[in-house]
Structure formats: C-alpha cells, structure tokens
Design a protein around this ligand. Sequence first.
Ligand code: SF4
Length: 321
Amino acid sequence: MKCKYCSQEAVYHRKISNELVCRAHFLQTIEKKIRKTVRKYQMFNPQEKVVVGVSGGKDSLVVLYNVLKLQERNPNSPVVEAILIDEGIEGYRQESIQIAIGMCKKWNVPLHIVSFKDGFGTSLDDVIEKLPSLEINACTVCGTVRRRLLNQKARELHADKLAIGHNLDDQAETFMQNIVRNDLKQLINHPPQGNELDPTGQFIPRIKPLMMIPEAEITRYCYYNNFPIQSTPCPYVEGFFILRREIQGFLNHLENQSAEIKYNLLKMHENLIGRVALKLETSQKISVGEKKSKNFCPACHSLMGDQRKMCYYCELQQKLS
Ligand code: SF4
C-alpha cells in the first residue's frame, strides 16, 4: 500500500481520516497538526517566551521538540527553556532525568531541575507512608506540588506561556472524569487548550500543543524520531488513578469501534464551554478576576478556591510536615 502523499510504502493507517502514510509523512502530518493547533488557539507567538514542563517522558519530549522547532523559525524568538520537577521517587525519576538532560543537551535547551525536597520541603518518597492515614493518594500530592513548582519556576524565568505535554487521550479522560464526577466548575474553567489568561499574573497560562494528537501517535512519533522512551513505570501508579484507569480502558474500548470517539469528546468539551459557560458566566463560572479580591491563601498569598481557608498546596505542606 502506498502513502497518500508520495510513492513510498505506507507504514501507518490513520483510521480517523482513513489516511495511509509513509514514515516521513507520518512525522510531517503530526507536526502540521501541532502547528495548526498552536495557531488555532493562539497558544503562543514568536515574540513570547515559552517554557516547557518536561518529565523526560515521551509527551514532554514531543512537545519540547515541536515548540523549539516553531520558535526557531524566528531568529528573534526568546530562548525556549525547560523545567523538570523531581518528585524524589527512587528508582523511577532517575531514568527520566537522564533522558531529559540528554535531550536538552542535544537540542541546546537550558534545563532547570527543581526538586520537591527544595521547593516543597520533602520528597514524595519521604511522605508516602503517611498518606494512607491521611486518606490522600500519592498522585494528588504529586500533581498539586508539581503544578505549583512548575508555575513558580516559570514565573522566575519570566515565561509568557508554560507548555505541557497533555495529549488527546489525556484530554478525553479528563473530560470524562469531570462528567462522571459532575464537576461542572472544573469542566468549564479548564478548557482543553489550557488555562485562561490570569489577569493577576500569578499563574503563567498553560498551553497544550499536543491536545489533538492521540497517545498512540505520540509513541510512534518518538519511535520514528529515535527519541528515548522511559521504561520504568512510577511505583505509585498502581494503587491510584483508579477512576482514570477505568475511563481509559472504557475509551480505548470504544475507540476500537469508533475511531473518532476521543476527538468527539474534545469537541464536546469545547462546545460545552462555548455554549454553556457564557450563559453561566455571572452565576457559576469562577472568574479569576473575582477571586483576586477575596480568596488569597493566608500562608502563601496564592489565589485559591472560594470555600477554602488555605490553598491545598499549603494545607498539604502542613499535614505532611
Ligand atoms: Fe506522580 Fe502519580 Fe505520576 Fe507517579 S503516577 S509520577 S505519583 S502523578
């Protein structure tokens, strides 16, 4: 079978568009889709400083590589930098740190490594045994602290945008998770392309250039580009993400019957935000500007949820210290 775009043998059948593509056109079509996504959602422009959150995992390498390619088109673009958050997970994080260091060196990207120990005061390994009695799971601590440290470092680097490697599968799973939890606020306030601009400047807007790329295509993209792929899974993943894992299995099952299912969920999320959020704006949608006057954490002065007395990051820090 020949590639749709040239006379080479096809290596991949993209079911959603019924395209057969060779290796070179597989890579080209992925990069084109990323460019179109960045343009469509105005994620960043050549004058903006973009920092990329990297973990050393495949998604983060793909997003870094593509952001770099886009910004390198303009010789006056600010330098793209990378931030890696080291949670302190023995036997897991070392491999991905080595991958990130190696790839950043190869691509000439300044890499900043921030550890939980330095930023939060303790590593994840050091608090893991306390978590069951507090009924907190490792991924909650990990996600909360990682988000905070990433944002802090991005601000320190004067970033305009913080790019992260969320792919189409991540987007579809998060959307479904919010649906089954009946969490309209999360759903409306977190559009698939990333966070809204924060008028207070506390949060660097996060962007997701890979939001339209399925995970399976990211893996293939890494393989064809000879990007290293981390082999060690996180030891804490097994016990957690139960709902998310169930949703993942369900969506993958549906995708076998109907290739467009994850794109449809992404579209549905956008439609909901477009049609419902506007109507809810004055009642349920939380405006960041509104929060400014009344919901700062007394400990760290960060914006926080309406009902909170302290932000969740500081609460975790207190509980785990
Ligand atoms: Fe962190 Fe959970 Fe991912 Fe492990 S699986 S790195 S604990 S979010």
